[in-house]
Design a protein around this ligand. Structure first.
Ligand code: NAD
Ligand code: AKB
Length: 322
C-alpha cells in the first residue's frame, strides 16, 4: 500500500485531490493535513493539523505515518503573496525545503505544483516554452522558480523523486480559490448563478491559461504514476487546457444563462500580475513524456461548473441551459 501525506489539504486543490487519492489508494492510505483545523464540512478521513514551516513536526508525521509520497500543496497564492511577500517567502520556500529534507531522510517521493506564475514579462508568452526565460516580477513567482530549481536539485544531488507541473489558473466548485490572480474565473460562476451579473477585477481582454479541476487532479496523479524512465524533465511540466479572457468566459456563460452580464472594475495590482504572465503555455513536453491530455475545454467545463455549482447553491438553472 502506498501511504500518502497531503499538505495544505483544505485548499482549492487539496479538497478535491484528497478524495481522489483515497478513492485510488484507499481511505486509510491518505493523511490530509493543513495549518487550519478541519471543519464540519471537511471530507471525512484521517486529518492532522500541521504547519509545514515546522520541519520537526512534519518529520514526525512522515516517520510515524511511514509516508511514501508527499503531495505538497501548502502555499500562499499570487495576490496574497504580493500583500505579504516576506510571509510568502517563508511559507512557500521554507515549507518546500522542509518537505524535500524529510523526503531525502525518509525516501519519500514528492509532488509540488509550480504555476504559470513562474514566468515573467520577458518570457515568450504565446506560447511559453517548457524551457525558457524565467524572470518573474512577483514574490509568488520568485518562490515558484526557486521551488522548481530546488526540486531538480534534490533529485540530482540526493535522488529524491520530486515531480511537478506548472498549473494554469484552476476552475472548480468544491472549495473557493485561495487568493490568486486567476480567481475571477471561479468567482464569475458564483456571480452568474447568484446575481446573473459579475464585476470582474481583470480587464476584458486579459488572456491566461485555465484548467478545470478534474484535469488538474488527474495530471498530478498521472505524473506521480508515470514511468520515471520516460521523464526527461521530471519537474515543472507546463500543462494547458484552455485559454480564456474574462470577456470570452462571460460569452460562454451567457449562452447558458440568458441575460448574464459582466462589467469591469480593474484591480491594478492583480492586473499587473496577470499582464506579467504568459497568454498560453506550450505543454508538448508533458504530452510526450507522460501522455498528458486535458479532457475539458471551455465549453464542457462551463456546462459542468454550472450544473454542479447550481446544485450546491440550490439555484436551479433556467430551462434554456438544458
Ligand atoms: P489554496 O490557497 O486554496 O490552499 C492552500 C492551503 O495551504 C490552505 O488550505 C492553507 O490553509 C494551507 N497553508 C497555508 N500555509 C500553510 C502552512 N504553513 N502549513 C500548512 N498549510 C498551510 O491553494 P491551492 O489553490 O490549493 O494551491 C495549492 C498549490 O498549487 C500551491 O502551491 C499553489 O501555488 C499551486 N497552484 C495553484 C493554482 C490554482 O489555480 N489553484 C494554480 C497554480 C498553482
Ligand atoms: C494564482 O492566480 O495565484 C494561481 C496560479 C495561477 O498560480 N491561481
Amino acid at each position: 500500500m502506498k501511504r500518502i501525506l497531503v499538505t495544505g489539504a483544505l485548499g482549492q486543490i487539496g479538497s478535491e485531490l484528497v478524495p481522489a487519492l483515497r478513492q485510488t489508494y484507499g481511505a486509510d492510505a491518505v493523511i490530509a493535513s493543513d495549518l487550519r483545523p478541519a471543519t464540519e464540512g471537511t471530507e471525512a478521513g484521517r486529518f492532522i493539523t500541521l504547519d509545514c514551516t515546522d520541519g520537526a513536526a512534519l518529520g514526525r508525521i512522515v516517520r510515524e505515518g511511514r509516508v511514501d509520497i508527499i503531495y505538497h500543496l501548502a502555499a500562499l497564492l499570487s495576490a496574497t503573496a504580493e500583500k505579504a511577500p516576506q510571509k510568502a517567502y517563508a511559507v512557500n520556500l521554507g515549507s518546500l525545503v522542509n518537505v524535500l529534507e524529510v523526503a531525502r531522510e525518509s525516501g519519500c517521493a514528492v509532488f509540488t505544483p509550480s504555476s504559470i506564475g513562474a514566468f515573467g514579462p520577458t518570457t515568450p508568452g504565446d506560447p511559453a516554452p517548457q524551457d525558457t526565460i524565467q524572470r518573474p516580477t512577483t514574490m509568488y513567482g520568485v518562490t515558484k522558480v526557486a521551488g522548481e530549481l530546488l526540486c531538480d536539485y534534490y533529485f540530482r544531488r540526493f535522488g529524491v523523486d520530486a515531480r511537478g507541473v506548472r498549473y494554469p489558473g484552476l476552475i472548480s466548485y468544491v472549495s473557493p480559490p485561495g487568493g490568486g490572480t486567476t480567481d475571477y474565473a471561479v468567482d464569475i460562476f458564483y456571480g452568474a448563478l447568484e446575481h446573473n451579473a459579475y464585476t470582474c477585477f481583470l480587464a476584458a481582454d486579459t488572456q491566461l491559461d485555465m484548467m478545470y479541476m478534474p484535469d488538474a487532479i488527474r495530471a498530478a496523479m498521472e505524473l506521480m504514476e508515470a514511468d520515471p524512465a520516460s521523464l526527461k524533465h521530471r519537474n515543472a511540466f507546463n500543462i494547458a487546457a484552455m485559454q480564456l479572457t474574462p470577456a470570452r468566459l462571460a460569452d460562454i456563460i451567457a449562452r447558458h444563462l440568458p441575460g448574464f452580464t459582466i462589467d469591469y472594475d480593474v484591480d491594478p495590482a492583480r492586473q499587473a500580475i496577470a499582464e506579467s504572465w504568459p497568454r498560453r503555455l506550450d505543454d508538448s513536453a508533458a504530452r510526450q513524456e507522460w501522455g498528458w491530455r486535458p479532457e475539458y475545454d471551455a465549453e464542457t467545463m462551463t456546462v459542468d461548473m454550472l450544473e454542479h455549482l447550481s446544485a450546491r447553491l440550490g439555484r436551479p438553472l433556467p430551462a434554456a441551459h438544458r
